[in-house]
Design a protein around this ligand. Sequence first.
Ligand SMILES: Cc1cc2nc3c(=O)[nH]c(=O)nc-3n(C[C@H](O)[C@H](O)[C@H](O)COP(=O)(O)OP(=O)(O)OC[C@H]3O[C@@H](n4cnc5c(N)ncnc54)[C@H](O)[C@@H]3O)c2cc1C
Length: 396
Amino acid sequence: MHYVICGNGIAGSTAAQTIRDNDPDGEITIISDEKYPLYSRIRLIDYLGDDVSLDELILKDEAWYKDNNIECIMGDKAVGLDAEKKVVKTESGKEMTYDKLLLATGSSCFVPPIKGADKSGVYTLRTIENADEIKGHCGGAACDLVVIGGGVLGLEVGNALRRKGHEVTVVEAFSRLLPRQTDPRASLILKRQMGLMGFKFHINSMTEEILGDSLVEGVRLADGTEIPCRMVIISAGVRSELDLAQQAGLNTARGVIVDEYLNSSDPNIYCAGDSVEFNGIIYGIWPASEEQGRIAGLNMVGEETSYTGTTVANTLKVAGIDLAAIGDIDPEAMKEAMIHENPSEGLYRKIVLEENRIIGAVLIGNIKGWWKIKKAIDIKSDISFMREFISKMDEA
Ligand SMILES: Cc1cc2nc3c(=O)[nH]c(=O)nc-3n(C[C@H](O)[C@H](O)[C@H](O)COP(=O)(O)OP(=O)(O)OC[C@H]3O[C@@H](n4cnc5c(N)ncnc54)[C@H](O)[C@@H]3O)c2cc1C
């Protein structure tokens, strides 16, 4: 049996590990267009901030692949997929047949069609190479920088660079920061706290143009405001990598459509991670990719296992600010919610309820026990228990 895996992120490498654990003799080949073995994308922010070294990012070194008898072709891209012949082709001209194929190609950064986005000094952050380019900008000297996108990643990147002396302005098109993790009240508290740290914000602002000849000199917003800067980081979300799936004629929408076994519309092709669309959801988070990699691997070796979804939980990793968002945070305030707040102390806690169950929460200021709330969501806990828990949290 030959298992071929396209993509060596957490989804692909977890699938490889699961296959090896359950099929000691199968041949496993991973094709990765990156030149590094599995590393922590999450910790790229720490790498950008010089808080960890390149070595510390690596999660599975090359010896791991060897020890597990997994061939990992690095620095080569899968560019062709013929699902009828069951053949994958790579950019360097390699061709291989598979019995079972996993597409774990993840996603790439979305760059909106902003005039001037191709200028030197405009970056996105997805890979070690991207982080190295940002670190090397202007010879590593601190400068004025604009982050386009006030989501979790944009704020974390901005903070890593602010700590290195850069002056950071965040431009967010939506009416609040962290639109997917906060409601309007939580966002105001966050904005105030980050303002005190030195961030400048333009909320509800569209970026019209990145200014300069070939090098970035500033950003012009739709209302005419010009923000001088020498670097721009675009953090406007990600898009699933669908090239191979589309070539093979698989069912795709925003991601590759899969069933509960993470099987695509072709019985021999599975999909896991950021490129998957399951029940209309693209999770785009590490734990979901890891879990999907594990379940896809099990199904590829014939151990029928269902994926039922992942509860989305995000924490903002900005020192001095504690923020956690879990599940459905109901930003439009359409559902029942228990809210405790003390804006002057930067405290906000909202638990969203539906049919006597907790379905989501936003916590700012004190996020102690956030994972207990996540667990309560996962096990569909009764709210009477949580009401007691929350009142005790407030006494703490
Ligand atoms: C800076 C940053 C911080 C993040 N922080 C968090 C966080 O705090 N918490 C969280 O849950 N999530 C976080 N994420 C998201 C998380 O990293 C992703 O959800 C996760 O890495 C997805 O894993 P994956 O294996 O599906 O895809 P990826 O990690 O994208 O891996 C896919 C791999 O496949 C390769 N590839 C693509 N096409 C091909 C091809 N045709 N041939 C060969 N190789 C190919 C890609 O280059 C890549 O190496 C963060 C992401 C970034 C960029």
